[in-house]
Design a protein around this ligand. Sequence first.
Ligand SMILES: Nc1ncnc2c1ncn2[C@@H]1O[C@H](COP(=O)(O)OP(=O)(O)O)[C@@H](O)[C@H]1O
Ligand SMILES: [Mg+2]
Length: 233
Amino acid sequence: MVAPEEISKKIFLEGKDLKKSFFLKGKEIKVFDRVNFSFENGKVIVIQGRSGVGKSTLLSLLGGLDRPTEGSISFEGTPFENCSNEELALLRRRKIGIIFQNFNLLSSWTAAENVEAVLMHSGVSESVRRQKVEALLSELGLADRLDNLPSELSVGQQQRVAIARTLANDPVLILADEPTGDVDPETAKEIIEKLLVLVKNKGTTLIVATHGNFSESWADQIYQMKDGGLEKK
Ligand SMILES: Nc1ncnc2c1ncn2[C@@H]1O[C@H](COP(=O)(O)OP(=O)(O)O)[C@@H](O)[C@H]1O
Ligand SMILES: [Mg+2]
């Protein structure tokens, strides 16, 4: 029998000899060619690196949105190369939340509707769904903005709606691409601190890609992406 503490310590997300190139008109654009990592669950992991080094590309591989050119990724012991695109989409819906840099909110839906959308096919009743949406948006300081459209919200508020939407179906892994990219430093601090309280309470693993403005004090582990590889700082 495996002790519970052994299970929780097992490798959560692993990348082995990852290489990613894009091919444009037969020409290879190499993004990285020697990325290796092994992350435990429940950690806040920051991936730093200059613009263009491949942080967003790596996050898209970790979310199963794209495939590596070579190498393998496994999540909770499941190798992505054994999964069809449909299986990866299902895995994403159940377990992985992605906070995109441009939020991807639906412009004709209110804040509450944007968050509720991810719970539509979860089998949860409408009243429980609404309660959950209101609780999440309230925790993120948006209790009085439930019925506003994205265009009626500030960039920082839109970012918090995107975070609430990602948290709504209780992912075990959250991938956040430059989550504080477009807001002032004070707002960024406020948003990140709220996100961190929520992920720490639930033991969610958070992987943040940033070109630099994410405070290192929030991270359990910091990695640096450069020269085609990923190194622990
Ligand atoms: N779909 C794509 N087709 C071709 N090149 C791409 C594509 N996506 C990203 N790239 C290239 O890959 C490199 C890394 O991009 P990206 O992952 O966005 O870097 P970062 O997020 O670190 O700024 C860049 O040179 C970029 O132009
Ligand atoms: Mg990027």
